[in-house]
Design a protein around this ligand. Sequence first.
Ligand code: PMP
Length: 278
Amino acid sequence: SIGFINGKYVALDEKAVPIEERGHQFGDGVYEVIRYYNGEGFMLEEHLERLEKSAEAIRIDLEGGIDSIRTIIEEGVKKAAIPDCSVYLQITRGAAERNHLFPKDVPPSVSMTIKPMAPFSKEMLNNGVSVITHPDERWANCYIKSLNLLPNILAKQAAAEKHAYEAILYKDGKVTECSSSTIFIVLNDTVITTPLSKQILPGITRMAVKEICEKAAIRFEEREYTTEELFSADEVFLTSTTSEVLPVTHIDDRKVAEGTPGNLTTLLMELFKAKTGQ
Ligand code: PMP
């Protein structure tokens, strides 16, 4: 594993961030998590585009633009020499005396960690996972991949305390997404997921699943759906950069259909694996 901050490689436990850093004091920044498979950044350009949009949305100006970030990531991965790794990249509004207002003439801070990724738990892939439902208590701009993750943390902790892997979030009776992943249901052989809006993060794995469905002629629908539809779904699965495509077999201690991973979910897991070159 290696760390990087503002042009310097550091050990992960090195004291490298000043106390008065806006990421640290305000969560005033954005981030990305990118998976490398066998030395290749999976959908790297899509991640960079999303990062650029997040930074723009909170008005952080990247000197050198997104190209400088790509260079930092590519050089870091080369230096780390870990073919299967996870890259965490964070941009904050920089270090300045604590004040809510944007600091003047302070460059953004860019930091990164690169860690090895073990293949995902076979047991979870084969048997699926249990999740809970939880109210979506987040703000109006969840399309921004912001460092502010308190509601997500509280929801995921609530899930863990019920021995569940994730929390499916709902607002006004409609499913939005999970605390750190995208959620899909299958109804009548159609893969359904919440449409993109400011209310959810545009998942890169979601994009990959959409492309896979289009290529494999699997019906794919982006529409709002209720928690009732979630509980009556034929199949449920979640996706993220780190969880990939993962079957959900129990929700709030109730079985999804027969309580085993569904056929379309299993097919999508295989097609996703192929797309990552595994
Ligand atoms: N929603 C939220 C809230 C997330 O934190 C994540 C993980 N970054 C996702 C969805 C999935 O996004 P991706 O597929 O790009 O990892």
